[in-house]
Design a protein around this ligand. Structure first.
Ligand code: URA
Length: 209
C-alpha cells in the first residue's frame, strides 16, 4: 500500500494482542503502548543519517559512524497520543515535544482545535505525529495541515492500529506523508470505532471509562 508501512515483528504482534484484550488493565495498557511505541520507533528512525567520526579504541585509532544530528519533534495528538511519547523519547531522547489538542464536533464531525503548542524551530525539525488509532483520519489530517502551515517539511505519522477507511482518507489528502502502524484492522463501525480494535485508546490509557 502506498506510503503505508505495517511494522511487522513477532514482539509487536504479541504485545498488540494483549493490548486488545478487554481484561488488560490501564496500567498494563500504558506499559504496552509505551513498549509498542519504542519498537515502532526503530522502524520509523531506520533512515536516520549517519556520519563518520574519528575515535580511539583501547587498541587503535579508527573511523566509525554515529548519528548525524537530526532534530526531531514528536507531536502527540491529545489525549491518547500522550501514551506514545515516552516510547519514542526513550529511542530519540533529544526530541522536542509539540502538543495538539483536538476533539471531534459531534454535529459536523470535523476536528476542533483546543490546544496547540509547537517548538518555535519546528520548520527545521523532522516531525513524528503520534496517535494510537487511525480511525476516520480527521484528527491526523488536521494535524498534518497545522504542521505544514508551520512550514514543517518532513512529517511522518505513527499509529498503533489503523483501518482501511482512515488510511484512504489520509493518503488521499496527503499521499506524500509516510504512515507507520502495527496492524491494519478490518473496518470502522457506525460509531467510528475500529473493528476488532481495542476500544477507546484514551479511556483505556487513562482509566476514564
Ligand atoms: N479512537 C479510539 O480510541 N478507538 C477507536 O476504535 C477509534 C478511534
Amino acid at each position: 500500500m502506498q506510503n503505508v508501512t505495517v511494522v511487522d515483528h513477532p514482539l509487536i504482534t504479541h504485545k498488540l494482542t494483549h493490548l486488545r484484550k478487554i481484561e488488560t488493565s490501564s496500567r498494563e495498557f500504558r506499559e504496552l503502548v509505551k513498549e509498542l511505541s519504542s519498537l515502532m520507533a526503530w522502524e520509523v528512525t531506520k533512515n536516520f543519517p549517519l556520519k563518520d567520526i574519528d575515535i580511539e579504541t583501547p587498541i587503535c585509532q579508527t573511523t566509525q559512524k554515529v548519528l548525524a544530528e537530526k532534530d526531531v519533534v514528536i507531536v502527540p495528538i491529545l489525549r491518547a497520543g500522550l501514551g506514545m511519547v515516552e516510547g519514542f523519547t526513550n529511542i530519540i531522547p533529544k526530541a522536542k515535544i509539540g502538543h495538539i489538542g483536538l476533539y471531534r464536533d459531534p454535529e459536523t464531525l470535523q476536528a476542533v482545535e483546543y490546544y496547540k503548542k509547537l517548538p518555535s524551530d519546528i520548520a527545521e525539525r523532522e516531525a513524528i505525529i503520534v496517535d494510537p488509532m487511525l480511525a476516520t483520519g480527521v484528527s491526523v489530517i488536521h494535524t498534518i495541515r497545522l504542521l505544514k502551515e508551520a512550514n514543517c517539511k518532513n512529517i511522518k505519522v505513527v499509529h498503533i492500529l489503523a483501518c482501511p477507511e482512515g488510511i484512504k482518507a489520509v493518503t488521499t489528502a496527503y499521499p506524500e506523508i509516510p504512515i507507520f502502524c502495527a496492524a491494519i484492522d478490518d473496518h470502522l463501525n457506525e460509531h467510528s470505532y475500529i473493528v476488532p480494535g481495542l476500544g477507546d485508546a484514551g479511556d483505556r490509557l487513562f482509566g476514564t471509562k
